[in-house]
Design a binder for this molecule. Structure first.
Ligand code: BGC
Length: 503
């Protein structure tokens, strides 16, 4: 969903149209073990707003995505919204059939904050929402599928926007309250918690470029405040779990961060690779998994000097004080990683983007390789080696922290014979296996997505599902694509099987 980054990023990418049929999407095995380790788990992911529908039923309150799609249909490619989507709120039984067919070990789904707490504040706790998520969790467990729950996947309760959403640090308290209810209500059965999905992709488009709700246009300032509060909210929920629930529940709490890997455009410029990574993954991972308990040094230094040059009295990026550094540092039992694609990078001279903005602070220019196959989404190119290299970078920079790949996927028009998705899946599983063979502690892989769903500003025009959903049919049947059959064969054999019989 990197199309959500400000338009400028797209403009700086050398334009490549759909790659021709000869362009391959593959990766070679590194010669070691051919089987995934016994304890390695395969799964699939979804998110509440993208699949649940029932946007105003059974006491659910509005989220910023409900209001945004209703007020600005013109901003969604097909003028659609998530009011009904795949109707998973009413059709979880159908999702379960698909999950069982796939034989996944776990299912990553998100809880809608405004379904549980319709007013966002502490006054109403919606029992119908509790019943629904209890049903989902219990059904999964009955079928030996481990629930992995994301607490926040972009759908902020609208009530919190009345006082600034993630730019007001009161949000830390609200999120902690919400997390407390989740742990207390579901924690006896849910043992894997992801506080936030992709803070970067929520804060930059939401509070920087205004490409996404809540459409606040204050780049280089409000988006940084959003990430700051979000990291604090994450760490507060993590500490709450450790203090109040861990001794009885014994689960793990982490965060999901998205990142590409970066390759130097000019061979002599290795440091731009590091720069690219510090300005994306590192911004969020460094405070939690790094040694300093703060943003990457380079990022703090650049933004401080840019702010001084702009005549500001203080930096647009507030480094964490001692109190917060202590709380944030180490506040992750695992790093959730969403990987879709990679880029080449070079220093942008002169810098690009609005002044101020993340583009300008990071001073990077991105491009792609003409040998990378392109998906339906204009930002998504097949670069599996990038996943392998990113996992090794994490191993080397964050003390080989345990990594769960919480998303990885390919978009098309929804064809049942989805040979390109199979190639993508196969190549990326190979990247994971190569990394595992090279000592990276990757223990979960989740494909995005179980079913076709509402793809944010792209509406229903880009499909990521292993299962096709006819959004206009009455029963919204889930139909297995060829990629679903292929994924199941890998899960069963725990080996990257040949894809010949599946196309
Ligand atoms: C997001 C998903 C989205 C996917 C494809 C991910 O970054 O978490 O919600 O559907 O990208 O754009």
């Amino acid at each position: 969903m990197w199309d959500q980054l400000p338009l400028i990023l797209c403009l700086t990418i050398s334009c490549v149209c759909f790659a021709d049929a000869d362009v391959k999407c593959e990766l070679q095995h590194n010669g070691n073990n051919e089987q995934f380790p016994k304890e390695f788990s395969f799964g699939v992911s979804t998110a509440a707003y993208q699949i649940e529908g029932a946007w105003n039923e059974d006491g659910k309150g509005p989220s910023i995505w409900d209001n945004y799609t209703h007020m600005h249909p013109e901003r969604i490619a097909d003028h659609s919204n998530g009011d009904n989507a795949a109707e998973s709120y009413h059709r979880f039984a159908q999702d379960l059939v698909a999950l069982k067919e796939l034989k996944v070990g776990f299912y990553r789904f998100s809880i809608s904050w405004s379904r549980l707490l319709p007013k966002a504040d502490t006054t109403v706790k919606n029992q119908k929402a509790i019943d629904y998520y209890n049903m989902v969790i219990d059904k999964l467990l009955e079928n030996n599928i481990e629930p992995m729950v994301t607490m926040f996947h972009y759908d902020m309760p609208d009530g919190l926007m009345k006082f600034g959403g993630f730019t007001n640090d009161i949000v830390i308290k609200y999120f902690r309250f919400y997390a407390d209810i989740l742990f207390e209500t579901f924690g006896d059965r849910v043992k894997k918690w992801i506080t936030f999905n992709e803070p970067f992709d929520y804060c930059l488009p939401g509070y920087g470029s205004a490409y996404f709700p809540p459409m606040i246009h204050a780049p280089g300032v409000a988006d940084y405040i959003c990430m700051d509060n979000l990291l604090k909210a994450h760490a507060s929920a993590y500490r709450l779990y450790k203090a109040k629930y861990f001794h009885s529940q014994r689960g793990k709490v982490g965060i999901t961060i998205s990142s590409r890997f970066y390759y130097p455009k000019n061979n002599d410029a290795e440091e731009v690779v590091d720069r690219g990574l510090q300005y994306s993954l590192g911004w969020l991972a460094h405070p939690i998994f790094g040694k300093s308990g703060n943003y990457p040094y380079k990022v703090i230094e650049d933004i401080t000097s840019n702010s001084m040059r702009e005549g500001l009295a203080w930096s647009r990026l507030r480094p964490f004080n001692f109190y917060w550094s202590k709380i944030i540092k180490g506040s992750g039992d695992f790093l959730g990683l969403n990987y879709y694609t990679s880029r080449y990078v070079e220093i942008a001279d002169p810098p690009l983007g609005e002044n101020p903005s993340w583009e300008r602070d990071s001073r990077l220019k991105y491009s792609v390789d003409k040998n990378w196959k392109r998906a339906k989404s204009n930002w998504l190119f097949c670069a599996p080696k990038g996943l392998e290299d990113l996992l090794k970078w994490i191993r080397d920079n964050y003390n080989n922290v345990e990594v769960y790949i919480t998303e990885n996927g390919w978009s098309d028009n929804g064809e049942l014979n989805d040979a390109d998705r199979i190639d993508y899946l196969k190549a990326h599983l190979q990247a994971v296996l190569n990394a595992v063979n090279d000592g990276c502690k990757v223990t979960y892989y989740s494909h995005w997505s179980l079913i076709d769903n509402f793809e944010w500003n792209r509406g229903f025009t880009e499909k990521f599902g292993l299962y096709y959903v006819n959004m206009t049919s009455k029963n919204k049947e889930r139909v297995a694509k060829n990629s679903a059959h292929y994924y199941r064969s890998v899960i069963e054999s725990r080996k990257i099987s040949s894809s010949d019989n599946f196309v």
